[in-house]
Write a protein that binds this ligand. Structure first.
Ligand SMILES: [Zn+2]
Length: 447
């Protein structure tokens, strides 16, 4: 079998297929000849990769474009998205502190349906059991004739996507929770990642074009975490620990953090911290962040001052991240900024005052591209990130997600080495022998 000649050939094939899929995502509807020009692949190779992607249901032909030029009409191609009615979708679960969000997201990262599950308990068996129990009904109600490819799980805190484990989530009180294993009963392959990294992937794929060159994504919610991407690759670091900014000593010295120290960034700016402070000050009757936002919106000056102070502290962290990484764009995802964008200038002012490298914060520091859909997009992007990097690996072994799909010490733009001994060989295997070294893996389109 020619396609099994070895790791270089298979890695190249995977990379070429991914390059065609990305070119179609970015430019579709687009002609095959334009895809060849964009990727540097030969027209014959584009036709081969297109056929492969069409077999997997990821791309489709549109009606021919009318052209005044003589010659064969161009048949545009595009990713099979929700507008098609039957395009494939990904299911998602976003695990936040107050609730769980179930979503359906199309291949362009658009949220098609979502539902929030409220809950009283936060222990893993309850939270994950509740999601597992509700998912089949949710899919039944919203899938229609579409096909769900996989389930993406986005969660804050420290997440190891290679093992599908939440290593540490302080506000939920989770340590070493095997989320992939516990959600496996839903019957879909399960991919798990931190929501900050997932949103970095989402910005790279569907959001601000500058994110492809270099990006810092900062999430400020009940947890506070960051993700870094350069050249379209989101950085994980050993044990996927990159981006832990929760305990940067930027907060008030009087506030104690669950980690035992005082002055931690998360302990000062998390939604829970702000809500507790508002309740202590009598601004809201009970600690509820949405009530605090409502109070500020209805003219409560103390609520407004508290949120401005919080935005200033966030700006301090933003300035620090800008100086360390110097990204082309820093995307700040914060519910209060989505609902009350007039606090963003406070962040910009603080950056102007404290950053040594950024002199145009209004251009560089921007809110998420995904507005109020941001949590749902995060869940979907956990799968979509893998799909656009490794369409063949992801889809040819649908019930066998890669145990090492996000190797802890390797950048994840590289096609992952398949498991050395898969328990269930893919039905229609195109996987060659394990790739032994990242240096064998081409990053871009290879002719
Ligand atoms: Zn701390």
């Amino acid at each position: 079998m020619l396609h099994r000649i070895g790791p270089v050939g298979d890695g190249r094939r995977q990379a070429n297929t991914a390059a065609v899929l990305r070119a179609v995502l970015d430019n579709g509807p687009v002609s095959r000849s334009e895809v060849a020009r964009l990727t540097g692949l030969s027209p014959a190779s584009v036709t081969r990769q297109y056929a492969e992607l069409a077999r997997l249901g990821l791309v489709r032909e549109l009606p021919p474009m009318t052209s005044t030029r003589v010659g064969r009409p161009q048949v545009p191609i595009d990713v099979a998205a929700a507008a098609d009615g039957d395009g494939p979708v990904v299911a998602g679960v976003h695990l936040a502190v107050p609730g769980t969000r179930l979503v359906l997201v199309d291949l362009r990262g658009r949220v098609l349906a979502q539902e929030v599950l409220e809950r009283e308990r936060r222990d893993p068996p309850f939270v994950l059991g509740q999601a597992t129990e509700r998912l089949p009904g949710f899919l039944e109600e919203h899938l229609g004739s579409r096909r769900a490819l996989a389930l993406g799980v986005a969660v804050g805190g420290w997440v190891d996507p290679g093992r599908g484990v939440v290593v540490e989530h302080v506000p939920l009180g989770w340590n070493g929770v095997p989320v992939r294993e516990l959600l496996g009963a839903a019957g879909l392959p399960v991919h798990v990642d931190s929501h900050s990294r997932a949103l970095a992937h989402a910005e790279v794929l569907f959001g601000d074009p500058r994110a492809r060159r270099s990006l810092v994504h900062l999430f400020v919610g009940n947890v506070v975490d960051a993700a870094l991407a350069t050249g379209g690759t989101v950085h994980h670091g050993p044990r996927a620990g990159a981006g832990d900014v929760a305990h940067l000593p930027l907060g008030e010295a009087s506030v104690r953090c669950p980690c035992g120290r005082t002055g931690c960034f998360q302990a000062a700016v998390s939604e829970a911290a702000a809500a507790n402070r508002a309740a202590d000050l009598g601004i809201v009757p009970a600690p509820d962040f949405n009530d605090l936002l409502d109070a500020a919106a209805s003219g409560d000056r103390r609520a407004d001052a508290l949120l401005r102070r919080r935005a200033r502290l966030t700006g301090r962290a933003v300035a620090l991240l800008l100086d360390v990484v110097n990204p082309e764009v820093l995307v700040l995802t914060d519910q209060s900024l989505i609902l009350s964008p007039h606090y963003l200038p406070e962040v910009h002012e603080e950056v102007r005052a404290h950053s040594h490298v950024c002199d145009d914060p209004e251009e560089v520091v921007v809110p998420s591209s995904f507005g109020t859909d941001v949590l749902g997009v995060a869940a979907g992007a956990v799968v979509l990130a893998d799909l656009y990097q490794r369409p063949l690996t992801l889809l040819d072994s649908p019930l066998n997600p890669q145990p090492s799909s996000q190797p802890n010490s390797q950048p994840d733009s590289l096609p992952a080495p398949p498991p050395a001994a898969p328990l269930d060989p893919p039905l229609d295997s195109h996987l060659g022998p394990p790739l032994s070294s990242p240096s064998q893996l081409p990053q871009g389109a290879l002719p």
